[in-house]
Write a protein that binds this ligand. Structure first.
Ligand code: CBF
Length: 829
């Protein structure tokens, strides 16, 4: 422990010259250092991408310092920690977010400009980390930002996919999927922890054994794969706290296929070893059902097993037994994807810690909380029992035992109501026996959360009614939120500056409730002028992007009307396109003097269709076909344009949202669990045209229906409308526009036939026909409002001013208090 006669730690303190400094000169030195020694380029010759790499490494150094201090602090204080388990995190870019949260954006920009680089250009060099599909995954990212900012002792755990969500390429209007090998150019934001690795077992058999005179089970695995940790520091804003997102990558274990080595088949043994890596290779695109996919089950168990080993190791470093486990550990299940962790924790406590069933179960039922993100019963995961038996034989036994105990307890409460017992059972009987993962999660969690109030009501009355009646106290909701750091400060710097100027403080970035003070200036003409200016700047940015991506020139005077989200029938992009066709048809049939009254529109649609979802892909093609006709019709000109933005992702959203005037959230009521896109638009002062679905109901409460364009059937009206659907006559306008598509007005007549069939002949499950008239009315109301610039600006300001409730800071504080029981643990500066 001595270096040159001095104690190691003293010598280290002597050598350490405090923390890295954040002034431009220090940053320049660091950037040049990384150019030379990390990127290995000459400091006299490096390009934008290399400068981005060097800058990122300089920022990462600062993150690491804070990360260390935070982890040290947590270790010292030993608070109850939250572990957020999620198979998906849609982090987007890290540089822009990190420099904002560290408070060094301007210093970086200055440092770079003196070196001859532009910060904005370098930030654009970074590709998106797209380790997730959509709302659920981006929500996880927003929640991590809030956890760090609010100083909660939390860690995220997930999978380090080598291929993120597919890239969407559009060829002739058709979606094609291309792999997203996002690690191709390296990833400066992660830290590989070669020494943090755990074996994860699969397959094999279970044997009886006796340990300390007690009977127990021993799982003899058939395959072992190594999970290696990659840490991604998540900095909080305005705090030193920097938490961790630990992602696991699969690597061959030393013991992997030892047999082949022994038999001398060296080359094949190596090839087989590499197969282990497949587990973390690729993110499953949301193809609506993963049922029966072995790799999916292996991915889930792989990340859960490694995470629990890591969590238990950390706990045992400090605690001698498991008595305090529930007081020190909260495990959050982000949907059913990590729910196998319930059986895994039970297995560890039973088979490895030998705590016995009663004690183990008492711990397990106190640590898990479960959030479900869907209302579609078909989206609730089920795993065939045969598959389970093969991949995780011991876990299946444990699940059966949990279910047996649950069924016995239930019988005592509800008697011999076999229909209900069978609905609530974790094991679904039938031709193919399945494990119902949602039922497992509800039975074993202390809390079940919905993601909006409307979602909670649906969980109670439609999706999990039996469980709600049994355990009403378990059910809660935490309306989703998004982080204002990413969705205003990073993505809309001009709006950010304007808000701070009018509020006289930047504190709203941490204390979002302050935004409400903007309300009092909503009709102030000076603010309105500046507000409009900001919108214009953002619209210009967006218009340039549209022209580059699609070649379409759009007018800045037009209303930019946006719908960006995954393509799905229930989200009703088709309703939007049919509305655009109607608008086009009306313009075409107008006299010249009538046309002068038309409010020019640029309709923007973007989103990826799940690769195996044919109807969603047809919707994309229809959008392109209609756009082709409209955009090339000189008779219509700037009065109407339709553009599809390809490869929608987090960074594209950062560009599109600030430049939008109106955004559409038009799901059939009762289908969107929450929706979070609407919250990002709201924060950016973009008006909403929406159905009263998911979290929109709460947005209406905040801003007032008079400041939005609400239309369509209400959640409770939908079932009756569906019953009546075949007898209801869709309005003539609807019949006419669908006919135009059917008759080949936009080409591809045969190809669109099945798409038209989904909304006609009594098959209009998502009620496009019955909502069409009120949709058109809402659109007309938006047109009228847009003409009155003063009113429109006032409504736009009110949107931002009313968005505080939809910050993920509020969501996280709610979870911390009502679900996880954790307290802030602030690392001193
Ligand atoms: O809760 C976050 C989001 O999750 C989904 O995207 C999901 O993946 N299930 C829902 O569809 C959204 O409604 C919800 O906002």
């Amino acid at each position: 422990g001595f270096v040159g006669g001095k104690k190691k730690t003293d010598r280290m303190f002597e050598l350490m010259d405090g923390f890295l400094k954040n002034d431009p000169v220090s940053l320049q030195k660091d950037i040049l250092h990384h150019v030379e020694y990390t990127v290995a380029r000459s400091r006299f010759s490096f390009d934008d991408f290399e400068a981005y790499q060097a800058l990122s490494h300089s920022v990462r150094d600062r993150l690491i310092e804070r990360w260390h201090d935070t982890q040290q602090h947590f270790k010292k204080k030993d608070p109850k920690r939250l572990y957020f388990l999620s198979l998906e995190f849609l982090m987007g870019r890290s540089l822009s977010n990190s420099v904002i949260n560290l408070g060094i954006r301007d210093q970086c920009a200055e440092a770079l400009s003196q070196l001859g680089f532009e910060y904005e250009v370098l930030a654009e060099q970074e590709g998106d980390a797209a380790l997730g599909n959509g709302g659920l995954a981006r929500l996880s990212a927003c929640q991590m930002d809030s956890l760090a900012t609010l100083d909660y002792p939390a860690w995220g755990y997930g999978l380090r996919y080598q291929y993120g969500l597919f890239r969407q390429i559009i060829l002739d209007g058709f979606q094609h999927e291309q792999p997203d090998y996002w690690l191709n150019f390296g990833n400066p934001w992660e830290i590989e922890r070669v020494h943090v690795s755990y074996p994860v077992k699969f397959y094999g058999t279970v044997k009886e054994d006796v340990v300390n005179g007690k009977k127990c089970k021993v799982w003899i695995p058939g395959e072992t794969v190594e999970a290696v940790a990659y840490d991604n520091p998540i900095p909080g804003y305005g705090t030193r706290n920097t938490i961790n997102l630990r992602l696991w990558a699969a690597k061959p274990s030393d013991g992997y296929d030892i047999e082949s080595y022994n038999t001398g088949d060296y080359i094949n043994a190596i090839v087989n070893r590499q197969k282990a890596e497949i587990i973390s290779n690729v993110l499953y695109p949301d193809d609506r059902s993963y049922q029966g996919k072995e790799l999916r089950l292996k991915q889930q168990y792989f990340f859960v097993s490694a995470s629990l080993q890591d969590i238990i190791r950390r706990f045992k470093d400090v605690h001698g037994n498991f008595d305090d486990f529930p007081d020190k550990v909260a495990l959050q299940l982000n949907d059913t994807h990590p729910s196998i962790s319930i059986a895994e924790l039970m297995r560890v406590l039973l088979d490895e810690e030998h705590l016995g069933w009663k004690k183990s179960w008492n711990i397990v039922k106190k640590v898990f909380s479960f959030t479900t993100h869907t209302v579609q019963p078909e989206a609730l995961e089920k795993v065939p029992v045969d598959l389970f038996q093969n991949v995780l034989p011991r876990h299946l036994q444990i699940i059966y035992d949990i279910n047996f105990a649950f069924m016995e307890e239930l019988k005592k409460k509800i008697g011999q109501d076999y229909a209900r017992l069978s609905r609530m059972s974790i094991v679904e009987e039938g031709a193919v026996k399945n494990i119902r993962v949602a039922n497992l999660s509800i039975v074993c969690s202390h809390t079940v959360n919905g993601v909006s109030r409307a979602h909670y009501e649906l969980l109670k009355t439609r999706v999990f009614t039996d469980f709600y009646e049994l355990w009403p106290e378990k059910f809660q909701y935490k309306t989703n939120g998004v982080t204002q750091r990413r969705w205003i400060v990073v993505s809309n710097p001009s709006l950010c500056a304007l808000i701070s100027k009018w509020l006289g403080t930047e504190s709203w970035i941490r204390d979002i409730d302050l935004l409400a003070r903007l309300r009092e200036y909503a009709s102030n003409s000076d603010l309105q002028k500046e507000w409009m200016m900001v919108k214009k700047i953002n619209k210009m940015r967006l218009a340039e992007y549209i022209e580059t991506m699609s070649g379409v020139k759009v007018s800045l005077d037009a209303m930019f009307d946006v719908q960006i989200k995954r393509i799905h029938e229930y989200k009703r992009q088709l309703l939007n396109i049919l509305g655009v066709i109607h608008r086009y048809d009306c313009i075409k049939n107008m006299e010249k003097n009538e046309r002068e009254k038309v409010v020019p529109r640029v309709c923007i649609i973007g989103g990826k269709a799940p690769p195996g979802y044919e109807i969603a892909k047809k919707i994309i093609k229809l959008c392109h076909a209609v756009a082709e006709t409209i955009n090339n019709d000189n008779d219509v000109g700037d009065l109407l344009k339709l553009v599809f933005i390809p490869d929608y992702n987090v960074s594209v959203a950062e560009l599109v949202i600030p430049g939008s005037d109106l955004s559409q959230h038009i799901s059939t009521a009762g289908h969107e669990a929450s929706g979070t896109g609407s919250m990002k638009f709201l924060m950016n002062g973009c008006l909403l045209l929406a159905t009263a679905d998911g979290s929109t109901n709460e947005i209406i409460e905040e801003i007032g229906a008079e400041n939005m364009f609400i239309f369509g059937a209400k959640i409770n009206e939908v079932p009756a409308l569906r019953e009546k659907d075949s007898t209801i006559k869709a309005p003539v306008q609807f019949v006419r526009v669908v006919r135009m598509v059917r008759d080949g007005y936009f080409g591809f007549k045969d190809y669109f036939k099945s798409l038209c069939d989904t909304v006609e002949n009594g098959k209009d499950f998502y009620l496009l026909g019955s909502d069409f008239a009120s949709y058109l009315e809402a659109q007309a109301a938006a047109d009228r409002a847009y003409v009155d610039k003063k009113k429109w600006n006032e409504m736009s300001i009110l949107c931002t001013a009313s968005s505080a409730r939809f910050s993920s800071d509020r969501t996280i504080e709610d979870y911390a208090e009502k679900t996880w029981g954790i307290q802030p643990c602030k690392c001193p500066f």
